[in-house]
Design a protein around this ligand. Structure first.
Ligand SMILES: NC(=O)c1ccc[n+]([C@@H]2O[C@H](COP(=O)([O-])OP(=O)(O)OC[C@H]3O[C@@H](n4cnc5c(N)ncnc54)[C@H](OP(=O)(O)O)[C@@H]3O)[C@@H](O)[C@H]2O)c1
Length: 316
């Protein structure tokens, strides 16, 4: 019985963690071993991030696919993906905490106009800007799942007025719920800071576009800011650039991009009120990912089933 690893992270794969915890399991590290044409007939489990196209389909005895990240769009990109295998996504407090750190940091950067103070520091300018307090600012979180919910609650703790938008209605104390296509416009109308933590699906592709930015409030105590740590496929970068230049948006924080790494030629790099990070808002820590996957394999082997299964029709 084998576990195939095909995880295209920059950090090294730590197969030893698996070998110590599951001594009966053989590990095939695809990136290191593919050139030796390993026998894949024993592979029952695959833990992947951006798997090679067709690799999963070439595993005759595959039973479960594990995503090395919370999102699974990287698996659905494989046109030869075997559609009859369960996909388990990564859900972990480590990932949640990392994401909420980034979201709270970015929200405060826009609230406190830190980019303007950075520029003033560079020009040795002692200038006091008008400063709203968090309780005067409305934050809208798109996606109230594992990550969005935690971020919403932590933003609430910081004093923001928080509401969220999801596919289904939520009942979260202190967080007003909007849901479905019918609830979107009302939600946008009260989002001075808009945060995207939606998965990338057919419905959410390109959702952060001019038409949406125009529905953000014009009567807030600050110009609307957009924060995206979901997926780059949900944003239209040409629209973001235009909205920053024409003042429709006061600022953005982007951790994800239409194409990654972001091209050196992208105008986004040079826009003062655009804060860019290279898809690091919540990196999957290898020890946490290994512990999670090992626990799930043990549960499955003991007949207790799998958690956090992806609904392949919804796409998340
Ligand atoms: N930048 C990074 O470092 C990083 C790291 C990890 C994850 N991510 C991204 O974060 C995403 C969210 O992760 P998660 O674990 O929070 O996912 P999740 O638990 O599956 O939550 C997804 C949320 O989005 C909502 N949603 C999905 N489609 C929708 C639609 N068409 N309209 C309205 N709401 C919709 C869902 O609504 P319901 O609750 O009603 O189903 C749910 O609340 C991942 O898919 C990934 O793309 C980024």
């Amino acid at each position: 019985m084998s576990l195939l690893l095909d995880i295209k992270f920059d950090n090294p794969q730590e197969s030893d963690i698996f070998i110590e915890a599951l001594p009966d399991l053989k590990i095939i590290d695809w990136r290191a071993e593919q050139h030796n044409n390993p026998d894949l007939s024993s592979v029952r489990y695959a833990l992947v991030w951006k798997p090679d196209e067709g690799l999963l389909a070439s595993l005759p005895n595959l039973e479960v696919i594990f995503s090395a990240g919370a999102g699974v769009d990287h698996i659905f990109e494989d046109k030869k993906l075997p559609r009859d295998k369960p996909i388990v996504r990564f859900v972990d407090p480590d990932l949640r905490d990392r994401m909420s750190e980034w979201i709270v940091l970015q929200s405060l950067m826009h609230l406190r106009q830190q980019r303007s103070y950075d520029q003033n520091q560079q020009s040795h300018s002692w200038v006091e800007l008008s400063q709203p307090i968090a309780s005067e600012v409305r934050v809208g979180v798109m996606g109230l799942g594992e990550l969005g919910l935690d971020a919403a609650l932590k933003l609430k703790t910081m004093g923001f007025q928080v509401h969220g938008w999801s596919r289904s209605e939520k009942n979260i104390e202190g967080v007003q719920s909007y849901w479905g296509a019918d609830g979107l416009d009302a939600f946008l109308g009260v989002s001075d800071i808009l945060i995207n933590l939606l998965p990338l699906t057919k419905e959410t592709a390109g959702i952060l576009c001019t038409g949406l930015f125009e529905k953000l409030p014009s009567d807030g105590v600050m110009k609307p800011a957009v924060i995206n740590a979901g997926r780059g496929g949900s944003q239209v970068e040409a629209d973001i650039i235009r909205a920053l230049k024409n003042g429709l948006l006061g600022g953005v924080s982007l951790d994800v991009f239409e194409s990654e790494p972001l091209s050196k030629e992208s105008p986004l790099w040079d826009i003062d009120n655009a804060i860019l990070t290279p898809h690091i808002a919540a990196v999957s820590s290898m020890p946490a990912l290994a512990a999670y996957t090992i626990g799930m394999i043990k549960s499955y082997e003991n007949g207790k089933g799998l958690d956090n299964l992806v609904d392949q029709v919804r796409g998340y």
